[in-house]
Design a protein around this ligand. Structure first.
Ligand code: ATP
Ligand code: BTN
Length: 319
């Protein structure tokens, strides 16, 4: 681990106490100068860590941070695991190395400088605040058959969150997980390879654990996190459970297709039988959401007819 991260991690640990910690105390604990502490604190703020600073008292974390237990993650991961303090995007990292990877390999980071969502949108990824997770999968049936995969992943994710005792989780077509009707997590599946033979899939998942008010300002729609849960899931356990569930569900998807997931999707679908609109560029169609079909298309009832809609350019919204 880089020296700067050893120091920054030590500072985070000290600032996690309920009491304020003075700059002098930090400097003594870390055996570095007061000025160096000031630089690290400024650096952490640039990585999105929200720190209270009160004159005469010192510093304290404004929002709790939970970091991965690296040793446990690497030891218990079912495939290889690449763990970073910072990376541009965990999806980007795996995509760059597809030739060397095997199905089930992971990339997990504490911070993404260029976390991404669909269509080049930004995924807000402050240091230590949330889980940024990507899993590699080699899919024998080709990209054309991988359609609907983000729905499988959303089913896996909602199952794992329920196992961790999170109540009120729902899925929104095609790639979102909602908690109490606000976005808690997102799924981004990126692929390379052939339409009809083996292709490489990178399945990216971001789950909000504890969002600071400063970071929340960058998000332009209602969001949620897990900070209100009585038992905040342990990030390492969450990542390992997610890997295990995804491996199981991806194998099932390869054997049985999306049909095997329709009951799970239906159970978690927050919009089923609700009045919704589909946004497609500057066009919008209103109707009643009737779930999904076996290809993963959204079924919309409008003017007495149910039609299937599919494609990366479509966004579903409540009407
Ligand atoms: P859709 O997928 O239906 O088109 P979307 O607006 O959710 O809609 P995505 O590309 O799936 O779009 O997700 C990216 C969007 O998610 C961003 O534009 C922002 O509004 C929001 N967002 C970014 N970071 C976070 C985060 N950490 N938590 C919740 N929401 C976020
Ligand atoms: C979305 O809702 O649009 C999808 C968001 C996906 C975010 C995750 S965080 C880990 C992985 N790396 C990325 O750059 N994006 C995904």
């Amino acid at each position: 681990m880089q020296d700067q991260w050893i120091r920054k991690r030590a500072i985070i640990k000290l600032l996690s106490s309920v009491q304020f910690v003075s700059g002098e105390e930090l400097a003594t604990e870390l055996s570095i100068s007061r000025a160096a502490i000031g630089k690290h604190i400024g650096g952490l703020e640039e990585y999105g860590v929200d720190i209270f600073s009160v004159k005469g008292k010192g510093y304290k974390l404004a929002t709790p941070i939970s970091m991965i237990d690296e040793k446990a993650l690497l030891e218990r991961s079912q495939g290889r695991c690449f763990y970073f303090d910072e990376v541009a995007s965990t999806n980007g990292f795996l995509l760059k190395h597809v030739e060397e990877l095997s199905s089930g390999d992971l990339c997990v980071a504490e911070y993404q400088s260029a976390g991404r969502g669909r269509r080049g949108r930004t995924w807000v990824s402050p240091y230590g605040g949330h889980l940024y997770f990507s899993l590699f999968w080699r899919f024998p049936q080709g990209m054309a058959q991988a359609m609907g995969l983000s729905l499988v992943v959303a089913c896996s994710l909602s199952k794992v969150l329920e196992q961790f005792g999170v109540a009120g989780v729902g899925v929104k077509w095609p790639n979102d997980i909602y908690l109490d009707h606000k976005k808690l997590a997102g799924v981004l599946v990126e692929m390379s390879g052939q339409a009809d033979s083996e292709c490489n899939l990178v399945i990216g998942i971001g789950i909000n654990l504890a969002m600071s008010p400063a970071q929340a300002q960058q998000i332009d729609q209602p969001w949620s996190d897990l900070s209100q849960q009585t038992d905040l899931p342990n990030k390492t356990e969450l990542a390992l459970a997610l890997q295990a569930q995804l491996i199981k569900d991806l194998k099932l998807f390869e054997q049985s297709g999306l049909g095997a997931f329709l009951p799970r999707w239906q159970q978690a679908d927050i919009f089923e039988n609700q009045q919704v609109k589909l946004l497609m560029g500057d066009k919008s169609i209103s109707g009643i959401c009737r779930g999904i079909d076996e290809q993963g298309a959204l079924l919309l009832e409008s003017e007495g007819e149910v039609r299937a809609y599919v494609g990366g350019e479509i966004s579903l919204r409540a009407n």
